[in-house]
Design a protein around this ligand. Structure first.
Ligand code: ZN
Ligand code: FE
Length: 255
């Protein structure tokens, strides 16, 4: 494998990630919540920044773009549909586009809902995807700009990735997500096992990320809106999955 990854905390609960191609030496930052921690991670690894791969326009994912571009002259790769709301975009991306980081290649998946132009980056050969604020471990992003139907389709698209795909998301929200998920599926044994793992990791000050698609299918209520037992658990047996998803998302918003 020629890919190396570094995960680090930015701001309060955001994650920054560096993706490095050891063949070419190219390095990309996934989102840029703030410049300082990205620069520190680059310095610690001895890497130079070539690209920033932006998932969506929110400030906690973009505030570091200007200082990082000023320092490194890196390319800014970002969703075409949000290019006017993101600083210094060089390469606007749409569904199915590909982007290279050295010898590594990612496919862009449009995943609207949290924001209307949100995208994810899937490095198929490396079996890793960067999903921003669409999918979290045991949770999902708030539906701020889109509709629940749109968000459900976006989550279902990510769910279709191979189960071994490692998922890096934008925030460390897993402990709170687990507490909520247990209100929907208190008897889900995979969820209970994940809950124990998450408390252990959090107590040790360790990240709960990355997760995998296979794991999220088993524990994440937002990916399970089309499981009959989950629909029944929220009082909507036989309802369409998007409606079940909307109900679960609404409950989480009020949790
Ligand atoms: Zn966001
Ligand atoms: Fe965010």
């Amino acid at each position: 494998m020629s890919v190396e990854l570094r995960l680090f905390v930015c701001l309060r609960d955001n994650y920054g990630v560096l993706l490095h191609d050891s063949v070419s030496g190219a390095t990309a930052a996934i989102d840029a919540p703030e410049a300082g921690p990205v620069e520190a991670a680059l310095a610690a690894a001895g890497w130079r920044l070539n690209d920033i791969l932006v998932t969506h326009h929110h400030g906690d994912h973009t505030a570091g773009i200007e200082p990082l571009k000023a320092r490194y002259g890196c390319r800014v790769v970002a969703p075409a549909r949000e290019a006017s709301r993101i600083p210094l975009v060089d390469i606007p991306m749409r569904e199915g586009d590909s982007v290279r980081v050295g010898s590594l290649a990612a496919t862009v998946l449009e995943t609207p809902g949290h924001t209307n132009g949100h995208i994810a980056y899937w490095f198929k050969s490396e079996a890793v995807a960067f999903v921003g604020d669409t999918l979290f471990s045991v949770g999902c992003g708030r539906v701020i700009e889109g509709t629940p139907e749109m968000m459900w389709r976006s989550l279902a698209k990510l769910r279709d990735l191979p189960e071994e795909t490692k998922i890096y998301c934008g925030h460390e929200y897993t402990a709170a997500n687990v507490r909520f998920a247990l209100t929907v599926e208190p008897e889900n044994s995979a969820l209970r096992a994940r809950a124990e793992e998450v408390s252990r990791l959090c107590a040790a000050g360790q990240p709960t990320i990355p997760t995998t698609i296979g794991q999220e299918k088993a524990v994440n209520p937002f990916l399970r809106a089309d499981v009959p037992a989950v629909a029944a658990a929220v009082g909507l047996p036989n309802a369409p999955p998007a409606q079940v998803f909307a109900e679960i998302r609404g409950r989480k918003d009020r949790f």
